[in-house]
Design a protein around this ligand. Structure first.
Ligand code: ADP
Length: 267
């Protein structure tokens, strides 16, 4: 039995295909302006990789900010629910999930069974999101994939005085002009993002194991900064960027009556 989960994020669209509950294929595309077209392309890519025809999909669930525009979906499910399910599948003992995407972040607390206890989403400010980090990479000339290595090189990290994107950007320019070493600036940026997430989630009661998902989970500077900030190991499971799409695929199985009720409690 084949099912698909589609996560239409503001930046990237992800598809996960399961065959009898096992991962069969995954695909990713930049979301762009034409959501319906991107989604169809991404789904076709995954189906081609899996050598499955679209008519053989028994159920398709869409999640993410563009989920209503997915014509192939039989059902839509909210992001929090899909992220919780998908993350628990990828990291089965997860109690706190931090999802950092292109334009937003979320922190979700789960109980022992995996049910959602509470969650927070960032305010409208872009600081603490993938887009903001891309901008900082451009300003500093350091590749996002290098943030982890550079973070470790910082001898005296700078403390950025603002948490607002516009002010941080000009503060970074000023530090660069003063000749402050770039590792110190990169560490300051990552620490500011981690502090923003910690501040947003202070009422949730963050509990380990803490799992980081979303595209920014691939930024090791952010992982290190979060570990320092939360004084806790941060787990980045395989396929972390696909957690929402994975959860949507599990919801598609549930829609067919193929999953146990305990999963359904997630929302
Ligand atoms: P959304 O679901 O909000 O569209 P994603 O969770 O797919 O977003 O994450 C997209 C973000 O992930 C982008 O802003 C991008 O900068 C970041 N990202 C993707 N790949 C990497 C990478 N290899 N290293 C660091 N950041 C990355």
């Amino acid at each position: 039995m084949y099912v698909a989960g589609i996560d239409v994020g503001s930046t990237a669209t992800k598809v996960v295909l399961l065959a009898d509950g096992r991962l069969k294929a995954a695909a990713i595309e930049n979301t762009g302006a034409d959501i319906a077209k991107t989604t169809s392309l991404c789904l076709e890519k995954a189906l081609r990789d899996a050598r499955i025809e679209a008519r053989n999909l028994a159920s398709v669930v869409a999640t993410g900010y563009g989920r209503e525009k997915v014509s192939e979906a039989n059902k839509t499910v909210c992001e929090i629910s899909c992220l919780a399910r998908g993350s628990r599948e990828l990291a089965p003992r997860a109690r706190t999930i931090i999802d950092i995407g292109g334009r937003d972040f979320r922190v979700i607390r789960l109980d022992e069974s995996g049910a959602v206890v509470n969650s927070v989403v960032n305010d409208r400010c872009a600081a603490g999101t993938g887009r903001f980090l891309e901008l900082m990479a451009q300003k500093t000339g350091i590749e996002l994939s290098d943030f982890g290595r550079v973070w470790c090189q910082a001898r005296e990290p700078v403390k950025l005085s603002s948490s607002c994107t516009v002010f941080i950007a000009s503060e970074v320019e000023e530090l660069m002009a003063r000749g402050v070493p770039r590792p110190a600036i990169i560490r300051g940026i990552c620490d500011a993002v981690a502090e923003k997430i910690a501040c947003a989630s202070k009422d949730l009661g963050v509990e380990p194991p803490v799992v980081l998902v979303g595209g920014v989970s691939q930024n090791h500077g952010i992982r290190k900064a979060l570990e320092k900030c939360f004084s806790s190991r941060i787990v980045v499971p395989p396929m972390a960027q696909f957690a929402g799409a994975y959860g949507a695929a599990l919801a598609a199985m549930e829609a067919l009556g193929m999953l146990e009720v305990s999963c359904a409690r997630n929302g």
